[in-house]
Ligand binder design. Sequence first.
Ligand code: CTP
Ligand code: MG
Length: 240
Amino acid sequence: MVPAAGRGERLGPGAPKALRELGGAPLLVHAVRALARSRSVGLVVVAAPPAGVAEVVGLLDSHGLDGKDIRVVAGGATRQESVRLGLAAIPEQTEIVLVHDAARPLVPVEVVDAVIGAVRGGAGAVVPAVPLADTVKRVGPAGPGRPEPVLDTPDRATLRAVQTPQGFRRELLAEVHAKALAEAESGGGPAVTDDAGLVEWYGGQVVVVPGHEEAFKVTRPLDLVLAEAVLTRRRASDGF
Ligand code: CTP
Ligand code: MG
């Protein structure tokens, strides 16, 4: 399932991020193609911007993605809600679900297959991850007119930056999303930024497989420049 309903505030003014162009096709089309490249993927459900469902259906048609079963649903106000709405469109007999950001257009199929392989191998929840290049510091709140104080520096060797697709036993993912919804309705619930985070919150085990530097998320304008460069390099090497 592909959450694609975000606005892309950090990318700056323009169309919703998933519909912004990269090398002649919207980010969303790249992301769906990247998943569809895996022989194990049978169905792709896209959570589109609520006002853009018809447009997304048209885009996926016109970019020749009609080989696989592709369904489009209206996304929600948060990523978590978009994923939950997408999950509802996945048949119950489906055993494994991957959740992949539309904003990660260039994920190599090897990462997709590694995630699927780990779930098939018995893991309930799997994330692709890469080591960090930067040192990370935890900070406290800045006082009035004062800079943020550093609290501590976690050991970088134990940290990973996680990517998507994240892979799950469908039942487990549906269960943690349902619990989070019930808690949110009574004013609580986890504030996490990925699906594996929900599994962790409810005490489930999540494991890591190697991610890939080209699975980076297009978040800020510079990321789009990098994505164009990666795509150009790929197209040049395909030409040889
Ligand atoms: N997403 C979604 N529904 C939302 C918010 C986000 O489906 N209500 C999706 C985005 O479309 C994106 C993925 O979740 O594919 C990762 O989110 P992020 O990179 O934060 O994208 P945006 O929310 O669009 O960007 P920003 O936070 O800068 O506004
Ligand atoms: Mg966001």
